[in-house]
Design a protein around this ligand. Sequence first.
Ligand SMILES: [Zn+2]
Length: 119
Amino acid sequence: MIDASTSQHLINSKAKAEICLRCNTNIWVATVNGFKVKVEPNRLNSTEEVILRMAGSRIFQTLRIGNQFELQIRNTWHITKGDPKAIVLAEHDCDRSQKEPIEDFYAAVKTENPEEPSF
Ligand SMILES: [Zn+2]
């Protein structure tokens, strides 16, 4: 049995700024628990985080190390008891085909908040 706590494959690396080769936008790239992860460069507020979680996006947060940072998978513990200064970032998923839930959400919000009351 592999001891995950000492496995050399569960590596975390510091994030590097890169350009996504697929969509040509700025992203952060880091190794998280041995897997290469791409995240969006813009920090999320709590509303954006909820919307993206509902749409199925994976959410990460920064772990500052000196003047660099690693990424952590953001779980319930991080949200309720973790570092409140951690920056919340969404996974960059330009190769993911299911963009509709977020677009539908924004469309629904616009529809539900017309400029004049409709009743
Ligand atoms: Zn991309």
